[in-house]
Design a protein around this ligand. Sequence first.
Ligand SMILES: NC(=O)c1ccc[n+]([C@@H]2O[C@H](COP(=O)([O-])OP(=O)(O)OC[C@H]3O[C@@H](n4cnc5c(N)ncnc54)[C@H](O)[C@@H]3O)[C@@H](O)[C@H]2O)c1
Length: 344
Amino acid sequence: MTMDREKLRIGIIGLGIIADAHVEGAAAMSDIANVVAVCDIDEAKANVVAQRFGAAVYTDYKRLLDEADVDLVDLILPHNLHYPVALYALERGKHVLLEKPLTIDPDEGMALIEKAREMGVKFSVAENTRFVTAYTEAEKLLRAHALGDIYQVRTLIAGSEVERLKNPHPWKAKKIGSGGGVLMDAAPHTFYLLKWLFGELASLQAFHSQLVSVSEVEDNAIVIGRMTSGTTFTLQFTFTAESPWTERLEIYGTTGALIIDQIANPPAILYRGTEDFQGTPLAAVPYDPVHWKYNSILEETKDFIQTVWDGGVPKVDPADAHYGLLMIEAAYESARTGQPIAIE
Ligand SMILES: NC(=O)c1ccc[n+]([C@@H]2O[C@H](COP(=O)([O-])OP(=O)(O)OC[C@H]3O[C@@H](n4cnc5c(N)ncnc54)[C@H](O)[C@@H]3O)[C@@H](O)[C@H]2O)c1
């Protein structure tokens, strides 16, 4: 009986800017799970979260994983730590939720996927895209063929990382810490979205540029290409936007178009034909320009904890995150050579 079952023991490693949404997600699952250990090299950050849950504080992730007897860990770390910390956790039989990108190097990402399989534990990438209401509503419309055949898709992720890229940040602006700029950081979301909603890519070409000269990484990028279905796409990314953080998705089909923009009100509108100036706002997608992203991260965290509890399959297959990494690698290669890349 579940009443007699012991609650899951959660460890959270990395308590920086985005960790709060994960912490709230874990807190919301207190009927089945307790946060029992937290870790950050910055002990003050760890103390704040630990006090809330009565959790043990660690500044060394290895000690947490060796000593704290946790069932699952949530890793919210600089990109270069995703591989070593996730590997250490998986080797010890922990269920792992890992922030995006899966890893910097696709081979290391695949090694994590294989290790999780070998150990028989749940492993997922915290790809909040899968939990954004506008996108789950778009998925329903697409599955119902409500836009007809899709022939073109356009996306945008626009926000500002200028302060972090300007400062001597420990990882974001440094290639060794981040693995790259806006392509490594934001494009995982978009490639996940494309594969989830539209299938695999056939080809791409990428261009990038850099406004923040003191950083080591690109902060603006465009990727164009074609899906195996024939659908063409334009993907735009900027980390220097002087506007609130937003994501856009425009889907053009033979019987309609769906335009999503998280800072527009209403944020998601379905258009049917050239005379449909009003369009139909999607009632299920609230105008919430401040919390839409935070909420999706919170939901993904809850979903993973629930999945571990139920013994189910996490919504985000890390293989799809790995696929995204291969596309990012192709985009960097294209930008470097100036050539389009055929995806095999
Ligand atoms: N899903 C999303 O929309 C989304 C949004 C923002 C960030 N992220 C991802 O979340 C991760 C973290 O991003 P962030 O913006 O919170 O970064 P951050 O730099 O604010 O936080 C990272 C934290 O890790 C800690 N840390 C560094 N080395 C450590 C170590 N060896 N052991 C323990 N802790 C260590 C740092 O002290 C810091 O508190 C990244 O992978 C990023 O791409 C995802």
